[in-house]
Design a protein around this ligand. Structure first.
Ligand code: PLP
Ligand code: 3DJ
Length: 444
C-alpha cells in the first residue's frame, strides 16, 4: 500500500469552529458520512476484524488485525510443531525482541537499535527506573546527551535520593516506583506533571511520567519536561502506554533517556502482548539493569557464572522471550504498512473534535463534563466525560453496542483508534450516549 498523505486542511479546526453552535442530528450524520468518504485512513479499517459495534476501547485493548490468526496458527503448527527447537534460529525467534523493537521504532520516533520488546510495562518501568537512579548517581547526574558533565544542581557526590512520580499516574507505575525507591534508598514524591520543573532539585535522581494521562486523556509536554529533568541532572522515564501508536512522540528528537510502553492498546498486539523499552543510544552502555537475566548476557550460551552485559538495546532483555505473543505482535504491526503516524494524529484530533461536537449537540448541557483538554496540544487520543452515574451509563452504552470503558470514580472513557474508528462511529456513539442519559436522568 502506498503511503497515506496527511491533508494540509485541518478538518479538526473546521469542526472546532462549527462546534460553537449546536447542529441538528441529521446534519451531523451527513457530515460524518462526508468525513468518512474523504478519510484517507478509512480503508485501513478493513485490515481488522470488526463487527457493527462502535469500538471505542482500543486504548485498553486494540482490535484484532484480520491476518493475525493465520500467522499465529503458522507459528504454532509449523514453527513450533514441525521445526521445534530449530525455530530459535530458523524462524528468527531468538532475535525477535530487537527485530520487533525496530518495527515499533519509527512509530515512536526512534532509530533502529534503541528498542527491545519483552515483559510487561510494569516490569519495564522497574528496569528503567532503577537504571535511571543508578545512572544519575554514577555521574552525579546528567540526563543530557554527551559525555560526563553533571548538569543543574547535581554535582559529584550529591545525594540523588528522590524519585518524582506523576501524581496522577496509572497505579502500577506508582507501586513499582515505591518498590524501586525502597530498593535504591530513595524517597518517592508524587508531583503533578506540570509542577515537575519546580520540584526538581539536586536530590532528584529520576522522574517517572505518563505521556498521556490514562483517565483524563491529557497529553503532557514531553519535550519541555524532558529538557527540564535533564537540566537538573536527573533522568526522565516516560510511560508511553497511551501515546504509542496514537501520536508522533519523537523520542530521539527530544533526547528522551528512557521510555516504556505497552503494545496491546494502539499497537493492537493482543491481550498481554509484550511491552517495549527504549534506551537512548548514548546511554545504552551505561544501562545497568536490575534484572540481568541470561538473555541480556553478552554470551548467553557461554553459561558463565559471571554476568557480562550485552551491548545495545538487548541489554534490556531478561529471560526467554514470550514467543507466541511476540510473533502475534509482529504480525499485527503490519497494519501500519504505509500508514504515517502523522496521518493517524491528524485523524485522531479530527475524530475527537467531531465526537465532542456531537456530544455538545445531542447531550443536554451540564449532564456530562469533558475532562479532556480542548486544546489539541494537550489532548491524547481519547475523550473522558465526567458523569456522576458513569458506571451504569457505560454498562447501558455497551449493551447498545457502544463500547468504551468506565474509570473510577466517575469517568466515561472513549478511546479513538484512527486505524479503525470512523466519523460515523463518533456520531453514533454520541447519539446513543444522549439516549442512554435521557433514560437515566443522573443524580438530580
Ligand atoms: C499508563 C499505563 N501504564 C501501565 C499499564 C499497565 O502495564 P502492564 O502492561 O504491566 O499491565 C497501563 C494499563 O494497563 C497503563 O495505562
Ligand atoms: N492491561 C489491561 C488488562 O490486562 C485488562 C483490562 C484493562 C487493561 C488496561 O490496559 C487498562 C488500561 N491501561 C487503562 O488505561 O485503564
Amino acid at each position: 500500500m502506498s503511503e497515506i498523505q496527511v491533508s494540509e486542511t485541518s478538518e479538526a479546526s473546521e469542526v472546532s469552529e462549527a462546534s460553537e453552535k449546536p447542529v441538528p442530528g441529521d446534519a451531523l450524520a451527513g457530515r460524518a458520512e462526508k468525513l468518512d468518504a474523504a478519510d484517507a485512513l478509512a480503508a485501513v479499517r478493513e485490515r481488522f476484524v470488526l463487527d457493527d459495534v462502535v469500538y471505542l476501547d482500543g486504548n485498553s485493548l486494540g482490535a484484532l488485525p484480520a491476518h493475525v490468526p493465520d500467522r499465529v496458527a503458522d507459528v504454532v503448527r509449523r514453527q513450533w510443531g514441525e521445526l521445534r527447537i530449530r525455530s530459535w534460529d530458523e524462524s528468527g525467534w531468538w532475535t525477535a525482541p530487537e527485530r520487533i523493537g525496530d518495527r515499533i521504532a519509527p512509530l515512536v520516533g526512534a532509530a533502529p537499535g534503541r528498542i527491545v520488546v519483552g515483559d510487561s510495562t510494569s516490569v519495564n518501568v522497574f528496569k528503567a527506573l532503577v537504571a535511571a537512579v543508578r545512572m544519575a548517581r554514577e555521574t552525579g547526574g546528567s540526563g543530557q546527551g554527551g559525555e560526563g558533565g553533571g548538569g543543574g544542581d547535581g554535582g559529584e557526590g550529591s545525594a540523588r535520593d528522590e524519585i518524582l512520580v506523576d501524581a496522577t499516574t496509572f497505579p502500577t507505575d506508582g507501586y513499582i516506583a515505591r518498590s524501586a525507591a525502597r530498593m535504591t534508598g530513595c524517597e518517592v514524591r508524587p508531583v503533578a506533571p506540570a509542577e515537575v520543573p519546580g520540584a526538581l532539585s539536586g536530590r532528584t535522581a529520576a522522574v517517572l511520567l505518563n505521556h498521556v494521562d490514562y483517565r483524563t486523556g491529557r497529553l503532557h509536554d514531553l519535550p519541555s519536561l524532558t529538557a527540564a529533568v535533564h537540566a537538573a541532572g536527573a533522568y526522565a522515564v516516560w510511560d508511553l502506554c497511551h501515546s504509542a501508536g496514537a501520536l508522533p512522540i519523537g523520542l530521539d528528537e527530544h533526547g528522551v533517556a528512557l521510555a516504556v510502553g505497552c503494545t496491546y492498546k494502539y499497537l493492537n498486539g493482543g491481550p498481554g502482548s509484550p511491552a517495549f523499552l527504549y534506551v537512548r543510544q548514548d546511554l545504552q552502555e551505561r544501562f545497568d539493569s536490575p534484572l540481568p537475566g541470561w538473555n541480556s548476557h553478552a554470551e548467553p550460551f557461554g553459561m558463565r557464572p559471571e554476568y557480562e552485559p550485552a551491548h545495545g538495546a538487548l541489554r534490556g532483555r531478561v529471560g526467554t522471550p514470550d514467543i507466541l505473543s511476540l510473533l502475534a505482535l509482529e504480525a499485527s504491526l503490519e497494519v501500519w504498512d504505509g500508514v504515517p503516524i502523522e496521518a493517524v494524529r491528524a485523524k485522531s484530533l479530527a475524530l475527537t473534535d467531531f465526537f465532542l461536537e456531537c456530544v455538545a449537540a445531542y447531550v443536554p448541557a451540564g449532564r456530562v463534563e469533558c475532562v479532556t483538554p480542548a486544546e489539541h496540544g494537550l489532548r491524547g487520543s481519547q475523550i473522558a466525560l465526567r458523569c456522576p452515574d458513569a458506571g451504569p451509563v457505560m454498562k447501558r452504552l455497551i449493551e447498545r453496542g457502544v463500547v468504551g470503558d468506565f474509570r473510577r470514580p466517575d469517568v466515561l472513557r472513549f478511546g479513538f483508534t484512527p486505524l479503525y474508528v470512523g466519523f460515523g462511529d463518533a456520531e453514533r456513539a454520541a447519539r446513543v450516549l444522549a439516549e442512554v442519559l435521557a433514560e437515566a436522568p443522573g443524580e438530580e
